[in-house]
Design a protein around this ligand. Structure first.
Ligand code: SAM
Length: 479
């Protein structure tokens, strides 16, 4: 990684207050004693179940969360927000003020994939607006976030995983460029037309806004199209966004039309029975740890959706195959019938997608498995007699024969060994580092990279089992 990236990343960090260093410290909010969010939601016509409370959860740096103060039966309504409480990017009907138009103009410079920055602009506007309707909500937001854009440069390096470093770098670069653009665009804007009430906005406050949104917004049905369908839109859901994440959640979000009009209500309903003192948890999505860390600032141990990304690279695959004891593999010089399959798998051709995954919901991405089976086969007829789905599927048993399958799995194992060698440290070293006193961001980076390496090791274990099973099957057949 270039030092340029370290400079960029640390410039965001230095501009902000240091992150909290201990998981036990009460997570500081934008103001020291913010208004009571539950009371505000009720006052605004929303509903909050009497047994739902906000509490500080000490475990795993969870911060604040919602908990049940008594048993709550399955199906109970826990929170309801009327239409005017969620914070969306879209301007209110009839709001044609210059400051809103200036905000919309700025938002046009944000790439679609950084949608959180777009809603973040709206959040910054409301944060700066005197007497904002959403101030009781905004003042309850965290003051800082543990997302990698705020990590010191050395902790970005400590992540050790190139695809994530690339994403962090991209976000830092965007924020620094957007900072300049915002300054240029707003330089001569009159105070009344200024989207942030004349307040200074920089990469660090933009980063705060982007992280507030990426870690708290939900994508729900937004405004209605003329044909009656709804646009999918991200929105901030006050109070509901105090729920922490679990892959086995006990609560879920539902959207319903209000009884006598078109307005949408956003509700949280108990999906299971909730016991006294249990936290209320929502599922943020079946995401890998890259997204959990980038957007939310935490890592899930043994996350079933975590995976590693590799580039389909013929020279690397030849090297892996040779390391696995396969003589003269031809990944670098596929025969025409092999190349045809590679194109069908979108691993060859001008628009090829060369990113392939190991781990996650599949042991090996199906396209990679299909390619290995075909490239390690010299039986054109056998390949052409199988359909592509069978060739790609891990559950189809050795479609090109057991020795081909064993060669595929051995190559995969060698590929995993190579992938592990790209990490500068071993899990054992990481674990001993965690026993020392390290900062919160170093700890997070180390925990993240341990999980990445574990994905590879788990895949190797599974593949080794499959190789053994194949060789025992072969020896039974031989007897
Ligand atoms: C939508 S907010 C939930 C409320 C938040 N805990 C607070 O103090 O405001 C999401 C943030 O909560 C924390 N969080 C949620 N679920 C978590 C989990 N399973 N493990 C660790 N942190 C979690 C992370 O800091 C995340 O960015």
């Amino acid at each position: 990684m270039s030092c340029k990236m370290m400079v960029m990343a640390s410039s965001l960090t230095h501009a902000r207050r240091p992150l909290t260093t201990s998981a036990c410290v009460y997570p500081s909010r934008l103001v020291a004693q913010p208004p009571d969010l539950i009371k505000w939601v009720r006052r605004e016509g929303g509903f909050v179940h009497n047994s739902v409370k906000i509490a500080f959860l000490e475990a795993n740096g969870l911060g604040l969360g919602l908990v049940a103060s008594e048993d709550i039966p399955k199906g109970s309504e826990l929170i309801t927000l009327p239409q005017h409480i969620p914070l969306r990017f879209e301007a209110k009907d009839g709001d044609d003020s210059s400051s809103s138009n200036n905000l919309i103009h700025l938002a046009r410079h944000i790439p679609e994939e950084l949608w959180s920055m777009k809603l973040g602009l709206k959040l910054l506007q409301e944060r700066a607006r005197k007497g904002s309707f959403w101030w009781p909500y905004i003042s309850n937001l965290p003051e800082t976030f543990n997302v990698p854009i705020f990590f010191p440069g050395e902790d970005i390096m400590n992540l050790q995983y190139a695809p994530l470093l690339h994403q962090v770098n991209k976000r830092c670069r965007f924020l620094l460029e957007f900072d300049k653009l915002v300054k240029n665009e707003l330089e001569n804007v009159k105070l009344d037309d200024h989207p942030f009430g004349g307040q200074h906005v920089d990469a660090s406050s933009l980063g705060w806004a982007m992280s507030s949104v990426s870690s708290r917004a939900f994508r729900l049905y937004g405004t209605k199209r003329p044909d009656g369908t709804h646009v999918d839109a991200p929105m901030l859901l006050p109070l509901i966004d105090m729920c922490n994440h679990s892959f086995v959640p006990n609560a879920e979000i539902v959207q319903e039309k209000e009884a006598n009009n078109e307005n949408m209500l956003v509700k949280v309903v108990a999906g299971t029975q909730i016991k006294q003192d249990d936290p209320l948890e929502l599922n943020y999505g079946c995401l890998n740890n890259d997204l959990f860390l980038l957007d939310y600032g935490f890592v899930i141990p043994s996350n079933p959706y975590d995976c590693i990304e590799l580039k389909y690279d013929s020279a690397l695959l030849d090297a892996a195959s040779m390391a696995a004891g396969i003589s003269s593999p031809n990944f670098s010089s596929p025969l025409p019938w092999q190349q045809r399959v590679l194109s069908l798998l979108n691993l060859d051709g001008p628009n090829a997608d060369l990113k392939v995954r190991i781990g996650g919901s599949e042991l090996v991405e199906d396209r990679l498995l299909g390619a290995l089976r075909v490239l390690l086969s010299n039986d054109k007829d056998a390949v052409e007699n199988q359909d592509l789905n069978t060739l790609k599927s891990i559950s189809s048993e050795a479609p090109l024969g057991p020795s081909n399958e064993a060669a595929v799995f051995r190559t995969m194992i060698a590929l995993c060994v190579i992938a592990l060698q790209h990490f500068p440290t071993k899990i054992m070293e990481d674990e001993s580092l965690l026993k020392q006193e390290v900062s919160m961001t170093t700890e997070l980076a180390i925990r993240y990279r341990i999980q990445k390496k574990s994905v590879v090791i788990d895949a190797m274990r599974d593949l080794t089992k499959r190789v053994k099973l194949l060789s025992s099957d072969e020896s039974i057949t031989a007897q």
